[in-house]
Design a protein. Structure first.
Length: 236
């Protein structure tokens, strides 16, 4: 789609999916692209001489950093909340990082930057098909994405009076560092990004961007308990 007059901000821009979002925005002539990541050194290869790209150091769990970013950027049209983590921990293991980044970090960004969104602007939250059913071997990640799914629904209601749209992307496994070494069928990041912008253009507020996510969505609509039982086998 044509992004010629759009200003876009992408968190987690240094990851595989984040880089695919940046490449798409450049290819489709976005007016401005704020590329945000915790380690800005990982973003250096994204500029590549493109004057539309601006690199931003951002730890989304640090409220002061998020406020500082909000104070120095102009109006944006699309906020893509792509930053996330998978601790690969089960529910009784002692870590809170999935919730700190995937839930509270994303909420920090939305709280500060929704005021920067133009009328008819959009927030695109990347959750996971595991937001709808828990994979116990990644129990904390799944639960955090479920929480973000619920927050996304609340954001959609809160921002509707401001004519700001809120989209949720619920992908299956993607071929990035997050799934490295895991033997499974994975979608390419570029395929996910293409599907995201197709969904955005068609105003599909919940986007299932790959065959696996579509299959699980269909299975959940027919027999959710069977899906739960099948996923439970991950820890057997």
């Amino acid at each position: 789609m044509n992004l010629k007059n759009k200003t876009i901000l992408i968190t987690g821009a240094s990851g595989g999916l984040g880089k695919a979002f940046v490449a798409y925005a450049i290819k489709h002539h976005a007016k401005k692209i704020y590329c945000c990541a915790k380690d800005i050194a990982l973003l250096n290869n994204l500029e590549n001489g493109d004057t539309a790209v601006e690199l931003c150091s951002l730890d989304i769990t640090d409220k002061e950093q998020v406020k500082h970013l909000a104070s120095k950027i102009g109006e944006i049209d699309i906020l893509i909340n792509n930053a996330g983590v998978n601790s690969t921990k089960r529910v009784f293991e002692d870590t809170a990082i999935d919730f700190e980044i995937n839930v509270l970090g994303t909420l920090n960004v939305c709280r500060e930057l929704n005021h920067k969104l133009a009328k008819q602007g959009a927030i695109i939250n990347i959750t996971s098909i595991l937001a709808l059913t828990n994979l116990p071997i990644n129990g904390l990640y799944s639960a955090s994405k479920s929480a973000l799914h619920s927050l996304t629904q609340a954001m959609r209601a809160e921002l509707a009076p401001k004519a700001i749209e809120v989209y949720e992307v619920l992908p299956g496994p993607i071929d990035t560092k997050m799934t490295k070494g895991q033997p499974m069928e994975k979608s390419k990041p570029e395929e996910i990004v293409d599907a995201v912008f197709e969904g955005y253009e068609n105003k599909n507020y919940e986007i299932f961007p790959d065959p696996f996510s579509k299959m699980i969505k269909e299975a959940l609509s027919k027999d959710p308990l069977s899906v739960e039982k099948n996923f439970a086998q991950s820890i057997c």
